[in-house]
Design a protein around this ligand. Structure first.
Ligand code: PLP
Length: 361
């Protein structure tokens, strides 16, 4: 019998734990930071019409040029500074692929990741041969730029990746903290803006001042998670290099066409995001009024809460009632924490009522 060559898989990959994907089929699904609200009316008809014009026999555009032009126009950036990917996850992987590889001294390159943050970063970093240097956020989940810069110096880091607003904590880092890192670190700094439509600050276009800035965006959080469309933005000299490492035809014609329709209706999608922000405020106030939960500030489409007592038990009790939230209580720095996506008002009402009952003394 010939053996399966598992031993030939790089040890760094064999040691990984796969990113957990929960696909709970529940009536109230508040666990994946998807859009709970309806998409703008009229979008479905425009999507149908765009899809009907696709010639399935043909390869898509090699680098999604038409979508790139649409994004550049809608978000006021040069088309040369845009790369389009299969979700921003692909752009995260591309970033690690482009900046990874052994250094001249044969050492693994290091990436500084504030923690807790998005679970895909350390997996993709290790997959591409990076040493992960975790830099803990403070107890309010704020970023200490001097601590990050110190870690970059001590580990001779090649890359810093920040999500702002951060997942799963929900807060956007202070502008001065990010500026300090961009000023103080010579290497590339990624600012992942997956949740920007629910926030106030954006770093788009600021590579004129900081040529080491890369910005990531996605359509997943504004109601188009099924498409898998994300973007990387940076100085055109940098995107030109990264484009060489990107797979050709990475974005399929259907997703590209639907994404163009969505971007043409961007102001309508922004209006939907404003509705989510208003509902987030209502949910935040209602949860705070329960008096038993610590509700952290959020500029995203979800809230992180710290619950009293056994978070695992509370999480299962909610699931028994058909409400799925994400349990982060086993993660470093997140003891007792659950992450709740802002749902539709009636879903949020069910959650508030259930938490009120389950947490009653
Ligand atoms: C911070 C952050 N970046 C990126 C992503 C992934 O986005 P996409 O669906 O575009 O791959 C997520 C998804 O949850 C996220 O939380």
């Amino acid at each position: 019998m010939r053996s399966v060559p598992i031993g030939s898989v790089r040890s760094t990959i064999r040691e990984l734990v796969a990113y957990p994907i929960e696909h709970e089929r529940v009536p109230v699904k508040l666990d994946a930071n998807e859009l709970g609200f309806d998409l703008p009316s009229g979008l479905a008809a425009a999507v149908q019409s765009a899809l009907s014009r696709i010639d399935l026999r043909r390869y898509p555009e090699g680098h999604a040029d038409s979508l790139t032009e649409t994004v550049a126009r809608e978000w006021h950036v040069a088309a040369e500074s845009v790369l389009v990917g299969n979700g921003s996850n692909e752009m995260i992987a591309l970033t690690f692929a482009a900046f990874g590889g052994d250094g001249a001294d044969g050492r693994a390159p290091a990436v500084v990741l504030p923690t807790p943050s998005f679970g895909v970063y350390p997996i993709q970093a290790r997959t591409h041969g990076f040493e992960v240097v975790s830099c803990p956020l403070d107890e309010r989940f704020e970023l200490d730029p001097e601590r990050v810069l110190d870690a970059t110096r001590r580990h001779r880091a090649r890359l810093v990746v920040l999500a702002s607003p951060n997942n799963p904590t929900g807060n956007a880092f202070q502008r001065v903290s990010i500026e300090r890192i961009l000023d103080g670190f010579d290497g590339p700094v990624v600012v992942d803006e997956a949740y920007q439509p629910f926030a106030t600050e954006s770093w788009l276009g600021r590579w004129d001042r900081w040529p080491n800035l890369l910005v990531l965006r996605t359509l997943s959080k504004v109601g188009l998670a099924a498409l898998r469309v994300g973007f990387l933005f940076a100085d055109p000299r940098l995107t030109a290099e990264l484009r060489k490492a990107k797979l050709p035809f990475n974005l399929n014609s259907m997703s590209a066409a639907v994404a163009r329709v969505a971007l043409d209706a961007w102001s309508d999608l922004e209006a939907v995001a404003q509705g989510v922000i208003a509902e987030r405020r209502r949910l935040q106030e209602a949860l705070s009024r329960l008096g038993t939960l610590e509700v952290f500030p959020s500029e995203a489409n979800f809230l992180l809460v710290r619950v009293p007592g056994d978070a695992n038990q509370l999480w299962s009790r909610l699931l028994e009632r058909g409400i799925s939230v994400r349990n982060f209580s086993a993660k470093a720095g997140l003891a007792g924490c659950l992450r709740i996506t802002v749902g539709r008002p009636h879903e949020n009402d069910q959650l508030i009522a259930s938490l009120g009952e389950l947490l009653a003394p």
